[in-house]
Design a protein around this ligand. Sequence first.
Ligand code: 5RP
Length: 236
Amino acid sequence: MSADLSPIDKAKFAAAKRATDFVEDGMRVGLGTGSTAAWLVKCLGELVREEGLKITGVPTSSRTAALARDVGIPVISLDEAKWLDLTIDGADEYDGNLNLIKGGGGALLQEKIVATASDQMVVIADVGKQVDTLGAFPLPVEVIPFGWQTTKVLVEETLIGLDVLGRTASIRMNGDHPYVTDEGNYILDLHLRRIGNPRQLSLVLNQIPGVVENGLFIDICDAVVIGYGDGRVELR
Ligand code: 5RP
C-alpha cells in the first residue's frame, strides 16, 4: 500500500498501520479525522474485510463516517456506543507531555468529545508534528456563528496577559464564506506562536461566551505513534 507514497505520507501510513496493533476484536473504536486518520480507517477496513476483525467504529466527522462505511467498518454513534475502548486520531502538534493541538481539519469538537469518552487515546502522527512548546500551529477554536465577530474580539482581548507570543485570531474561510463545522459552527484560528501554559489557556478560552471548544487536548492522549519518512515508527 505504501510503495508510491511521498515521505510524509509514508510516515503517516506507517504510524496508522502500527496503531492497528492497539485494536482488538470486540472493541468500540473512535475514528479520528484528517489524512493520517484516513490511513488508519483504510487499514482497519482491510482488517475487517480480509481478516474478520470485529469492531464498531465511532467516527469523529461526517467525512470519516463516509470513509469508514466505504471500507466496511460498521459505524455507530457515540450515544449508541456510550463509552469507547480506544480512540485513534491524528494531531497538528504534540509536545513532550503528550498535550496536543488538534482541529486543523475542523473536527476538534467531535474529536475531543469522542477522545474524552474513551478508555485510551492513541495519536498517530508524522514526526514533523513533534514540538517542544505548542503554538506554532494556529490554535483552532470553535465558535457559534451568532456574534462571532464579537467573540473574536473577546478572544483577542482575553489573550492579553496570557503566556502567548501572538494575540491575533482569524476566521477560517472556505472560499468566500466562513468554514462551517459538522455542528454548524465557525472556527477561529489563533496565531499564538508559543503557548506557555496550555492548560490555563484552554480553561480561559472555554469561559468566553460564544466559544464552544478549543483545540488544546490536555491530559487526553495516552500514547503517540510517530511515523518517519522511511517507514520507521516509534512509540511514545
Ligand atoms: C482534524 C484534526 C487532525 O487530526 C489534524 O488536523 C491532523 O491532520 P492530518 O493527519 O491530516 O495531518 O485534528 O480536526
